[in-house]
Structures are given as C-alpha cells and as structure tokens.
Design a protein around this ligand. Structure first.
Ligand code: EPU
Length: 337
C-alpha cells in the first residue's frame, strides 16, 4: 500500500474526466483502510469506488482512497435460495456474471450496470424492473471516524428510487465494505414484463427464458441504447426521472398530449426525463467534446477530454430549460464533485 502523488483520476471515473488527485492510495482490505483513515497528515479523505456515478469538476486536494477489496463467497444455502457476500471493490457486472455461472438468480436484469458492488446500495441501482433492494439482505460498512464496522439491514438502508440512507441522513459517514444478497438457486423469479425485455426475447425467439437469456437480452438492449463508458465517457442516467402530481400532469397533457407517464401512486406520476430532454431538442446535441447521447437523452457524454465543469453547465442548462417549459425540477442523479 503506497500513497502516490499527482495521479490522474481519468482511469478511475467512467466519465473519463482528467482531473488529478494530489494524493492517492488503493486499499485491498479493511485493515489497510483503517490504517489509512488513522493518518493524521491527511485530514480530508475522499472515498472512490467504481467512479461510475460522479462528475469530477476539479482536482481533488483530499487523500483519494480507492476501495479495492475483492472476494465473493457463499454464506448459506437453503432449499431454493442462497446468501452470497461480495466485497465492495468487486465490479458489479463481474458479480452478475459469476452468479450466472452458479445459476443464482435475481440480479440478471441488472447486467452491465457500470460501477462496483460497494456503491450499488448507495443509489439502490435499478434497471428493467429490478432494483438492488429486491435481493438485498444487508451490508457491512465502516464508520469513517470511529472505525467500527456496522451492519445495515435492508430496512436500515431506507431504499427508495435511486436513493438510500447513504445518500441522505448519513451521507459520507460510512464506507461500505461488503454486501449480502439473497438469490434463487432452483425456481427463479424471472422479471420479463419490462417492454424492451419482452421484445428482445421475442426477437431472440425465446419462449421459456433462463436467467442467462434475460441477462443476454438486457446486455443487447443496454448496448443498443447506452454508450459504453470504455469508448465514450458517461455516468449512465445523469438525471432522475421526475415524479409530479396528477394535477400538474393533467395541465402538461393540454400542451403536450403525447407526454409518456407511469403511475407511481394515486396522486403521483413519473415522467421519463429522457422524453422531456429529447422534446426540448437536446438529444444528440454535441458541444465540441461533450454533449447529450444520441440514443438516450438522459445520458450526458464526454467524447474526448471534456472538462467536468462544461458538462455540469450543460446539465444546468437542461435543468433550467425543463423548468421553464414544463415547470418540472429535474434532479441530478450523479454526484457533482
Ligand atoms: N425516452 C425518450 N427519449 C430518450 C430516452 C427515453 O423519449 O432519449 C422516453 C421514452 O418514452 C421511453 C422512456 O423514456 O419509452 C423510458 O426509456 P428507457 O427505457 O430508456 O428508461 P429511462 O427511464 O430513460 C431508466 C433508468 C435507467 C435504466 C432504464 C431501464 C433512471 C434515471 N434511469 O431510464 O438507468 O437502465 O430505466 O430500466 O431511472 C442509470 O441509472 O444510469 C440507468 C441507465
């Protein structure tokens, strides 16, 4: 474990923004993490996981601690389920692939989501009708000040749409070290009702899909719509899908009769932010080396060495235009650093 100086963070964030860490260290175990957190000469610390949900707009003065714990283990099995524990530094998609090789079901719809296991609970990752919370049992986390490990059950985590206790009440206080998931081993609960999955399985001519088929369908859908961060820098959905009241929705319907919507509860309606942004003409717009993705308007992209601040300013322009035209507050999903 060596503390390095003046390290480019470009390989460590999926947006591919080239800012520098004044000091940088990779930690491979909880013990290493604890000893680094004790160092008095670096009062400020910045925890870095997979770097898939952040937009870096400036050099980092704090000591950057890259969480690189590895390991996946089977904790227990019963008739039809298994509990597995994965370390925070494992790549999320590698975990999905490992589960498929074991025929463990539950996270196949979450295939190809960028980022690491340790950050998955923070925003309760979700896609194609499944959220992490559906299979989540608990996670272990280290308190950054007391250096004590605490277990957070699913209930403790207060999961919500792209949200959890780690983003709200205790933001920045804990470092997630591992997560435990409960997965199926024999009778899988397949979630194929999401329109795009049904279509893709039909195209693949599959009537009785396995979890591997679903994963393949999701991978095909994602690859067709979402830019591969290894080729074009991005952080997935930049904004959350906004939830508005029914009366607000009815007013919008008058001027925008074709606006798509999903009923969330009696008085709450979710609107796809991608539609709002596309409707305003931003989809596929390129501003030099950054812009809005051509196939999914929710995704902002770095084509080549863009500045994080330029992308942030573009997001603000999108927010203010959406506010002016639709009177909707678009919330940014990505952490702006
Ligand atoms: N739409 C447009 N134009 C666009 C994009 C979307 O009009 O450019 C409208 C269409 O009406 C489309 C609808 O939005 O039918 C839904 O689009 P999509 O299925 O692509 O899903 P999304 O709501 O845009 C959410 C998640 C994605 C996740 C997909 C699939 C959020 C913020 N995003 O996107 O998650 O992959 O559903 O479940 O909830 C991520 O969080 O990084 C992410 C990619």
């Amino acid at each position: 474990m060596t503390i390095l100086s003046n390290i480019s963070l470009k390989p460590y964030n999926t947006f591919g923004i080239d800012v520098k860490a004044k000091h940088f260290v990779s930690v491979k175990s909880i013990e290493e993490l604890k000893s680094i957190l004790k160092l008095k000469q670096y009062p400020e610390k910045f925890i870095l996981g997979g770097g898939s949900n952040m937009l870096l707009t400036k050099d980092i003065e704090a000591l950057v601690i890259h969480i690189d714990f590895k390991g996946i283990e089977i904790l227990s099995k019963d008739k039809n389920t298994v509990n597995i524990r994965a370390s925070a530094g494992e790549n999320w998609h590698d975990l999905v692939l490992w589960c498929l090789t074991q025929d463990f079901g539950g996270i196949e719809n979450l295939s190809l989501i960028p980022g690491n296991v340790g950050t998955a609970p923070i925003q309760n990752i979700g896609a194609y009708g499944v959220e992490l919370k559906d299979v989540f049992v608990e996670c272990q986390a280290l308190h950054a000040n007391s250096l004590k490990i605490k277990t957070f059950t699913k209930k403790d985590c207060n999961f919500d749409y792209r949200n959890s206790i780690f983003k709200k009440d205790i933001k920045g206080e804990y470092i997630i070290t591992s997560i435990t998931l409960n997965l199926t081993t024999k009778i899988h609960k397949l979630k194929t009702s999401y329109g795009a999955i049904t279509e893709e399985l039909n195209k693949m001519n599959i009537k009785n899909p396995t979890i591997k088929d679903i994963s393949n369908a999701v991978i095909t859908i994602r690859e067709s719509k979402l830019p591969n961060p290894k080729l074009i820098g991005n952080s997935g959905s930049f904004f959350k899908n906004p939830i508005i009241t029914k009366s607000h929705f009815n007013t919008l319907k008058i001027n925008f009769p074709e606006i798509p919507s999903y009923l969330v509860s009696e008085n709450k309606i979710k609107i796809p932010a991608g539609w709002l942004i596309e409707h305003l003409g931003f989809k596929g717009k390129r501003f030099g080396n950054y812009g809005v993705h051509e196939k999914q308007a929710l995704v902002l992209v770095n084509y080549d060495d863009a500045e994080g601040d330029d992308i942030f300013k573009l997001s603000q322009l999108i927010q203010s235009t959406v506010k002016r035209i639709f009177n909707i507050n678009l919330e940014i999903e990505v952490n702006i650093i």
